[in-house]
Design a protein around this ligand. Structure first.
Ligand code: ADP
Ligand code: ZN
Ligand code: ZN
Length: 728
C-alpha cells in the first residue's frame, strides 16, 4: 500500500494523504476520486510516497483513479506549485481552480472523443524496457505509432488481451484520449493570408533576434509603437514554431480581442488547429479545447489569463500581447499575474516568451533596461505614419458640452471627407455626479463611499461599484433646491451633445452599458468596419488593439483627473491609455490626428504623449518611482480585509501589523489604511502594505507572517494577501 498526496479544492494550505495500491510516480498528475468529510471529492495526485502527515490508521483509500483521463504534466504542476507558494494561496485551490469545470467534478469527465493516441511520455519512453511478455501492449503501441490516433474498438483485433493492454497503457500515462477540434474554428476571416508581406527592416531585425532564441529560454520585450506590426512578428515566430512541430501560446488581455486575432491566425495558418480559451467559451467546449491543447492536437492556443495554465506538451513559444494590461492580473482568489507566470513557464520549459506592447509596464521595461529581459524595438509604423498629437488648452475657452471648438472643427472636417472619428471619454453614463450647487450636496450611494452616476438613457442614478440604482430625484434632499445639476461628462452626455451638434451624423456609443453582451460588441465592430458609423464615442473598451481602417481623428475629452491621483501607477496608466487610443487614428493610409483636451498642456506627461516618446516618459516615471521607493524599485504585498464594520477591519489589520513587526525581517510595514474606495456594497475595506527591496526577503516574511493572520478575530473579516498588487 502506497501513500499518495492529493490536491483538493479546499481552503487549506496542504495536500491530503490517501492510500493507493501499486501507486507509482507515473500517477503524479492523475485525477482521482477520494473520500473527504462525508462525501467524495475529485482531486489530483501531486506526490507519491513519503511519510504520512497524520496517524496511518486515519488514512483512507483512494476511491478511484480516473485512468482514461489525461495527466497534468510535471512542468505544469511546477508552475502551480510556484503560484501557490508565491501568491500564498492553497495548493489544492490553485490546482483544481485552473482545471476546466468538468475535471473539478467528482466523477469521470465526459470523454469528448472516442479516439486514443500515444502521449508525449510514450513517445519519449524506451519501449524496450517493457517486459518481454507484454506482447499486447507492444502491439497497441506500435499500431498507434504507425497509424496515429485510433478508435479503441479498432485496437481489439490486435490481441485477445488488447482491451486490457489499452487500459494498462492508459493507467501508465502512455496512451490518452485524443481530442480533436475542427480545423477551422473561425468565422469570416478579415485578414488575408499574406505571409509574403515584406517585413520592414525593424521587423526583420526583431524577428531574427527572437527567432535565434527558439529552443531555449529568453524573455523578450517587443516595444513597438501602435501599428508597427508587432502582430506580424508574432505570426512569423508562430510559423517557425509550427514548422518545428511545436505549440504556441498567445495571451491577450481581453476576450473582445480574441475573435479578431483568431480570425487573423486562422487565415494565416489554415492547416493548423487553433483553440481559443476565454470566459466566453461554454464549459463543454472549453473542456474539448483544453484537451485538444493537452493532447497536442491544437497547435495554437489563444486565450485570456487563465490560459497560461493550459497543458501544452509541445510548447515552443509564449506571446503576451499588450503585456502592460492590468487584466493579466487576477483580482480575486488566486491573485496571479498571467504575464509573470508566462515568463516563469517559459523559463521552466526553456522556450522564449515575447512581451509585446507600445507602452510596456514599467516593471517590464525596467527589467529590459537592467538586462534581465531583452529588448527588440519597432520604432515606426509598418505602412503608415504615426498620427500627429496635439493638446488643446481648455482653460482658454468655454467648452460646448465638454467639447472644444478645435475638436468640433476637426469633427466637422472628418464628416465632410467621410472619415470616421472617435471621441474618447473615460466615464460611462451621462454625468459622473448629480449635485446641488446651492448647498454642495451630491447624490451618494447608500452602500458605498462613492457618488452615484447619472444615467439618462436609463433615467436612473447608478452606482458603478455595487450596481445600486435609484430613480432620478427632482429636488435636493438637503436644502430643497429644485435645480440639480449634472456635473461632468460621461459617454451618454457626449453622445447626446454630438447628436445635437451634428444631426446628420451617425453616432455610436460603445461602453460597458451599450456593449454588455459580447455579440453586441461584435455587431458594433461590424458596423464600424462597414462604415455605418461616422462618430464613435467610447471608453477604453475601444482603445485596445482594434483596427478601424477609416478612423482618422481621435479626440480625448477628460483625461486630467488621473494627474492628481494618489495611485503611483496612475500616470503610467494614463500614458498607456492615451497612446493606445491615439494609436487608433490613421492606421491605414490616411494620416491621423489626435486632439487631447486638457487644462495642463505643459504637463511633462502630455508632452511625452505628444512626442509619442515612450522612452522619455518611462525614464521620467522610473526616476520618480526610484525616488519614492515603489515598484519596480521595491516589492509589495498587500493584506486586504473587508467586513460590515469598520472596527473589525481596523482591529484585524492593526493586529496583523503588530504581529508582523514582532517578526524580524528587512521589510517595511505601513500603517493600515482604508481602501481608496473605503466602502463597497455595505462592506468596509482596508489594507496593510508591506514592502521590501528584496523579493526573497518579502516572501520569507509572508511565509512567517501568514500563519499569524488566521486568528479568532480573522473570522470576522474576509481577508486576502495580494502579492504584487495593482489596485489599492
Ligand atoms: P501592431 O500589432 O504593432 O499594432 P499590426 O501587426 O496589427 O501592428 O500591423 C498594423 C498594420 O500594418 C496591419 O494592417 C498589418 O497588416 C500591417 N503591416 C504589418 N507589417 C507590415 C509590413 N511589413 N508591410 C506592410 N504592412 C504591414
Ligand atoms: Zn454602491
Ligand atoms: Zn442642496
Amino acid at each position: 500500500m502506497q501513500l499518495v498526496r492529493v490536491a483538493l479544492d479546499v481552503p487549506l494550505p496542504t495536500l491530503f494523504d490517501y492510500r493507493l495500491e501499486h501507486a507509482t510516480r507515473e500517477l503524479i498528475g492523475a485525477r482521482v476520486l477520494v473520500p473527504f468529510g462525508r462525501g467524495q471529492r475529485a482531486g489530483l495526485i501531486l506526490e507519491v510516497g513519503g511519510a504520512p502527515q497524520v496517524p496511518p490508521e486515519r488514512i483512507k483509500r483512494v476511491t478511484q483513479v480516473f485512468t482514461g483521463e489525461p495527466r497534468l504534466a510535471p512542468d505544469l504542476l511546477d508552475l502551480m506549485r510556484f503560484a501557490s507558494r508565491y501568491y500564498h494561496y492553497p495548493i489544492g485551490q490553485v490546482v483544481m481552480g485552473t482545471l476546466p469545470q468538468a475535471l473539478r467534478r467528482a466523477r469521470a469527465s465526459p470523454d469528448p472523443e472516442a479516439r486514443v493516441a500515444l502521449t508525449p511520455a510514450a513517445l519519449a519512453a524506451d519501449w524496450s524496457a517493457l517486459p518481454p511478455r507484454a506482447v499486447a501492449r507492444r502491439r497497441v503501441l506500435e499500431h498507434l505509432r504507425a497509424q496515429g490516433p485510433c478508435a479503441p474498438v479498432l485496437l481489439r483485433s490486435l490481441a485477445s488481451t488488447a482491451s486490457r493492454a489499452l487500459k494498462d497503457l492508459m493507467a501508465q500515462g502512455w496512451v490518452a484520449p485524443r481530442v480533436e477540434l475542427p480545423r477551422d474554428t473561425t468565422q469570416g476571416a478579415v485578414h488575408s493570408a499574406r505571409s509574403d508581406l515584406e517585413l520592414t527592416v525593424d521587423q526583420d531585425k526583431a524577428l531574427r533576434a527572437i527567432e535565434a532564441t527558439l529552443g531555449r529560454f529568453a524573455a523578450w520585450v517587443l516595444l513597438g509603437v501602435t501599428g508597427s506590426g508587432k502582430t506580424e512578428v508574432y505570426l512569423r515566430l508562430i510559423e517557425r514554431v509550427l514548422a518545428r512541430g511545436g505549440q504556441a501560446l498567445l495571451l491577450v488581455p481581453e476576450i473582445n480581442l480574441t475573435p479578431q486575432l483568431e480570425a487573423r491566425l486562422g487565415a494565416r495558418f489554415p492547416g493548423a488547429v487553433l483553440a481559443g480559451l476565454h470566459s466566453g467559451v461554454p464549459e463543454a467546449e472549453r473542456l474539448r479545447r483544453w484537451r485538444a491543447a493537452e493532447s497536442a492536437h491544437a497547435s495554437i492556443l489563444v486565450g485570456t489569463r487563465l490560459a497560461v495554465f493550459t497543458p501544452l506538451p509541445q510548447l515552443g513559444l509564449i506571446v503576451v500581447d499588450e503585456e502592460h494590461d492590468a487584466s493579466f492580473k487576477q483580482q480575486e482568489g488566486l491573485r496571479y499575474s498571467a504575464r509573470d507566470l508566462a515568463v516563469l513557464r517559459a523559463k521552466h520549459r526553456q522556450v522564449p516568451v515575447v512581451l509585446g506592447s507600445a507602452t510596456p509596464s514599467l516593471e517590464t521595461y525596467a527589467s529590459a533596461l537592467a538586462g534581465r529581459y531583452r529588448l527588440a524595438q519597432l520604432p515606426s509604423r509598418a505602412h503608415s505614419q504615426l498620427p500627429s498629437i496635439r493638446c488643446v488648452d481648455t482653460r482658454a475657452q468655454r467648452l460646448r458640452e465638454g467639447l472644444s471648438s478645435e475638436l468640433i472643427d476637426a469633427l466637422t472636417r472628418r464628416l465632410a471627407s467621410r472619415e470616421q472619428s472617435l471621441v474618447f471619454v473615460n466615464r460611462r453614463g451621462y454625468a459622473p455626479a448629480l449635485v446641488c450647487l446651492a448647498c454642495g450636496w451630491s447624490a451618494p450611494c447608500p452602500r458605498c463611499s462613492a457618488r452615484l452616476v447619472l444615467h439618462l438613457s436609463e433615467t436612473c442614478l447608478r452606482c458603478h461599484y455595487c450596481g445600486h440604482e435609484e430613480r432620478v430625484i427632482g429636488a435636493c434632499p438637503s436644502c430643497g433646491n429644485l435645480d440639480l445639476t449634472a456635473a461632468g461628462h460621461g459617454t451618454q452626455r457626449i453622445e447626446h451633445a454630438l447628436g445635437q451638434l451634428f444631426p446628420a451624423a451617425r453616432v455610436l456609443r460603445i461602453d460597458r452599458d451599450s456593449a454588455r453582451k459580447r455579440l453586441a460588441f461584435e455587431r458594433m465592430q461590424q458596423r464600424i468596419q462597414a462604415h455605418d458609423v461616422d462618430i464613435l464615442v467610447g471608453t477604453q473598451m475601444l482603445a485596445k488593439g482594434h483596427d478601424f481602417p477609416r478612423l482618422t481623428l481621435v479626440g480625448v475629452v477628460n483625461a486630467d483627473s488621473a494627474l492628481y491621483s494618489t495611485d503611483f501607477r496612475a500616470a503610467e496608466r494614463l500614458f498607456a491609455q492615451l497612446t493606445q487610443v491615439a494609436g487608433r487614428a490613421g492606421r491605414r493610409d490616411a494620416s491621423g490626428e489626435v486632439l487631447i483636451q486638457t487644462e495642463f498642456p505643459d504637463h511633462p506627461l502630455y508632452q511625452a504623449v505628444q512626442r509619442q516618446d515612450y522612452a522619455a516618459f518611462a525614464q521620467l516615471a522610473l526616476a520618480e518611482r526610484r525616488e519614492a521607493t515603489v515598484p519596480p524599485y521595491a516589492h509589495q504585498v498587500l493584506l486586504r480585509a473587508e467586513a460590515p464594520a469598520r472596527e473589525a477591519v481596523d482591529h484585524f489589520l492593526g493586529r496583523a501589523a503588530r504581529a508582523g513587526r514582532r517578526l524580524s525581517f528587512r521589510v517595511e510595514i505601513y500603517e493600515p489604511v482604508p481602501a481608496s474606495v473605503a466602502r463597497v456594497a455595505g462592506r468596509e475595506r482596508g489594507h496593510l502594505l508591506v514592502q521590501s527591496g528584496s523579493r526573497n526577503e518579502l516572501q520569507r516574511f509572508v511565509d512567517a507572517w501568514a500563519p499569524c493572520l488566521s486568528t479568532r478575530e480573522a473570522r470576522r473579516v474576509r481577508w486576502a494577501l495580494d502579492v504584487d498588487p495593482l489596485d489599492f
